[in-house]
Design a protein around this ligand. Sequence first.
Ligand SMILES: Nc1ncnc2c1ncn2[C@@H]1O[C@H](COP(=O)(O)OP(=O)(O)OP(=O)(O)O)[C@@H](O)[C@H]1O
Length: 291
Amino acid sequence: MKIVDIKNLTKTYNKNRGIINLTFSIEEGEIFGFIGPNGAGKSTTIRTLLNFIYPTSGSATVFGKDIVKDSKEIRQNVGYLPSEIHYYDDMRVIDLLKYSAGFYKKFNPNRMKELAERLDLDLHKKIEDLSFGNRKKVGIVQALLHGPKLLILDEPTSGLDPLMQNTFFELLLEERKKGTTIFFSSHILSEVQKLCDRVAIIKEGELVKVETIENLTKKNLKYITITFEQTEPMDLKLDGIVKKEVNGNEMTLLYSGDMKALLNQLNALPVKDLLIQEPTLEEVFMHYYEK
Ligand SMILES: Nc1ncnc2c1ncn2[C@@H]1O[C@H](COP(=O)(O)OP(=O)(O)OP(=O)(O)O)[C@@H](O)[C@H]1O
């Protein structure tokens, strides 16, 4: 079942582009990454899905329900972590969480305590006394508290130290085991690689690609290092060379072409050593972005 289904969704702010003609969907139980540089349109997409802002054109459904007409119903089953969190500063964490839990039909105080403990969050502190990272934790507890079917997380890890990020990822994997679908925006590629099943890449408001992490990292792009016997310039004439660098007798290639064609050419050259590696996700994305 499609938990999120976005069709030709466009949002323009006066004359500014926000997002243009986005179409993609997220299946039940997926951890789905949403990747793009600052200003690409990630928050705009998320805020539109939650009906904080209205689409200019196009449509989307969450749980099969219309994001504009049925937004109240949808929100009962969504946990949302905004990228920037603004709270009432003089409230204590516990009171704020109870207050926000009041908007949902399901609330479990034991779950609140358990989550606070796991994240090492002091429930009795005032919000104004919390660091940025600790405020983020409040947002995480708030998003998970009512056992949502869909988690929408906008840059969730910014401000968390690496240990806390791990705890947070563990929590997400536990949620996934329960069947929760997770939509996760980020500009940090390694965390997406670690956690997500599929990823949508967005650039300047437009969707570049939707791909499984497996395919993104494995399918076509290879990182190739060739060491030649001699330093005289060697030339390779091949389709599919995305990037080439030559340093002394060493040539590195990002290559997405036919492997046999490459090997045939190398066969005629004085090759001393050859190393073929999986590219990092950074390299894969650069490849998409450069196009
Ligand atoms: N309230 C607004 N008014 C006018 N333009 C806006 C508004 N919010 C966003 N934009 C524009 O829409 C585009 C997408 O912004 P958005 O915040 O969705 O990007 P993002 O991918 O979430 O980036 P970031 O990681 O920096 O939050 C940007 O060009 C931005 O300038």
